[in-house]
Design a protein around this ligand. Sequence first.
Ligand code: MTE
Length: 326
Amino acid sequence: MLIKRNPNGIDIPFASEITPRAVFESRRAFIQKIAAGSIAGGALLEMATREAFAATSGTVQKLAAKANPAYVVLDKPTSYKDATTYNNFYEFGTDKESPARYAPKMQTRPWTLAIEGEVRKPMTLDIDSLLKLAPLEERIYRLRCVEGWSMVIPWSGYSLAELIKKVEPTSNAKYVEFVTAEDKEMHGLRRPVLDWPYVEGLRIDEALHPLTLLTLGMYGEVLPNQNGGPVRIVVPWKYGFKSAKSIVKIRFVKDQPRTAWNLAAPREYGFYSNVNPQVDHPRWSQASERRIGEDGLFAKKRPTLMFNGYSQVAPLYAGMDLKKFF
Ligand code: MTE
């Protein structure tokens, strides 16, 4: 993946990464209250997200979703502004700012998602049908980019397994492929950065894992296009590039899909791409990460956690050499 660096080789920081004093102080008071036991359960979740939600766009359609405390990390959510202006969406340009500038021009209604391949009940669903397919849940997930930064985002959606159940995969369905749209507004498609369209894939058991989220919203609103609107996948224990944006097709297949990043640089981006601090990228370490918007210029990086902290997925890889299947 391309990373912009300044002439000294240091990632160029954003001004917003320096936490304002007032925010820092209120957070410290908040943490002290948690430690003292005066804040509990649902209140904790509500307070943790309030700050991040305070600055949502205010113009976008709201999306009601019930918080699912089983899928909430307590790290402070990234601000809406950072999450929607620092993006990777190469179809709209390879720098971090272009997706927010160009993606909003893409028409997301009407939009259909075709589910095909090794299934008994192939179907094509529009966004309204997807919104009604299962109750929307709000889940706060960490997202760890392979480039070495991370965010914490409140997504709205439901387990992809809900959709998979409806199409009834056959016994030949060993893998699932996700295909991103090729839209006229995506000027990035004119450059052969990747073999378009953007394709990602999971093994069927990974796709069925309850953590894998069919995502239709974030921060209580419909998903902004730069974040993969109107519908994307979020796989929180894998590097961010496995979470394909603005998808139009989900295909059930027998053989391991040829995914865009794996085709472009097979030595650097494996099919599995589980977050793993012990397996470095050939050009940089994956042992630590920079939390967008939270850490100041000279702040220490956070250690990266195995499976991005989602240790419940470990049984999916029992007996596998994760250095080989990186
Ligand atoms: N999906 C498509 N179609 N095109 C992309 O360039 N970038 C990936 C992933 N999904 C990408 C994509 C990468 S590298 C990351 S880190 C995440 O999207 C970023 O998601 P976010 O912008 O919502 O944080």
